[in-house]
Design a binder for this molecule. Structure first.
Ligand SMILES: C[S@@+](CC[C@H](N)C(=O)[O-])C[C@H]1O[C@@H](n2cnc3c(N)ncnc32)[C@H](O)[C@@H]1O
Length: 297
């Protein structure tokens, strides 16, 4: 008898094949079907954090952010443009890209996003990903300011990335495999040092064992808080088997079903980890309030 997760594994492998193409449209077509929403939620939080974290770190007005496993740069795309996830999906769905087309749509995309560019608070975004083509796209479109095609999990960072990390204020993550985070975040903390330690905003899926990450936070004197009072709808399962597998794994960690899925969407508890000394500066409730203002403003 085949393993229950066989079809999920096959699907996951197929999904991974869209991570590093010359064109992002197959990746976004896959996620469109699942209504992946997380980048939008994170952008609201980034805007809310900007002012208080700049103030806490004595940064003039530019917040230096590492987007870990940034892929094609969805977070920067939504952050820097008047483009919702729905509009982004519509844009990429309007073409039938084939591998032979290579980068032929990049100029169209640059024109599309340039016309929708908005002034936001200043962010200096460094993107890390092992997918070099995706990262090149993110940089060409201005979704990231610096591209680091590196594997922070298996390898020490290059000198250039280590220098970037020395001044990093915030690390953000959406859609990365949970098992990668403890090692990657440990590298960031090692480089950043203890004088001006960064904050971390991440999207912990309920079907992952987070023990190693919690141990890292304890080692570095960090406290984690739910950024929002309720979990965020992350995306729908890519296929029914993924939903079943996720429920089974998350139940195994003692999670009640209502904390795993709601209305057909996986839930994540968007989490802010920051040094104990920063947790009143400002309190999480104030950051939440700023996020509500940002979203309604
Ligand atoms: C689901 S995608 C998420 C991309 C992007 N953050 C988003 O929200 O659209 C997962 C990404 O993790 C990247 N990845 C996998 N292993 C990695 C590693 N060891 N270091 C950095 N990125 C990695 C993949 O290349 C892929 O771009």
């Amino acid at each position: 008898m085949s393993e229950p997760s066989d079809s999920y594994t096959r699907h996951a492998a197929h999904f991974e094949r869209v991570y590093d193409l010359d064109d992002p449209s197959p990746y976004f077509a896959t996620l469109r079907r699942a209504d992946y929403r997380m980048p939008m939620a994170l952008v609201g939080a980034l805007k809310a954090i900007h002012g208080p974290l700049c103030a806490a770190r004595g940064a003039e007005e530019t917040l230096r952010v590492l987007d870990f496993a940034c892929g094609y740069g969805a977070i920067g795309a939504v952050l820097r443009h008047d483009v919702s996830m729905a509009a982004l999906y519509d844009h990429y769905a309007a073409r039938q890209w084939q591998p032979a087309d290579a980068r032929r749509y990049w100029a169209d995309d640059i024109a599309f996003f340039s016309a929708r560019r908005v002034e936001t608070a200043a962010f200096d975004i460094g993107g890390v990903d092992i997918a070099g083509n995706a990262l090149a796209y993110a940089a060409a479109l201005g979704f990231v300011d610096r591209a680091f095609p590196e594997n922070l999990v298996d390898d020490a960072p290059s000198g250039e990335l280590a220098r970037f990390l020395q001044g990093v204020h915030l690390v953000v993550e959406s859609g990365a495999l949970g098992v990668l985070l403890p090692d990657a975040f440990a590298r960031v903390l090692d480089c950043a040092g203890s004088e001006r330690p960064p904050w971390f905003l991440y999207s912990p899926r309920p079907d992952v064992n987070w023990t190693a990450l919690h141990a890292l936070w304890a080692e570095w004197g960090y406290r984690t808080e739910s950024f929002l009072p309720a979990p965020v709808r992350y995306r729908k399962p890519l296929e029914a088997q993924e939903g079943a597998d996720m429920l089974r794994r998350a139940r195994g960690f003692g999670k009640p079903d209502e904390a795993i899925m709601q209305g057909g969407y996986f839930l994540v508890d968007m989490t802010l980890a920051r040094p104990e000394a920063d947790t009143d500066n400002p309190p999480i409730a104030q950051l939440r309030g700023r996020m509500v203002e940002e979203s309604s403003g």
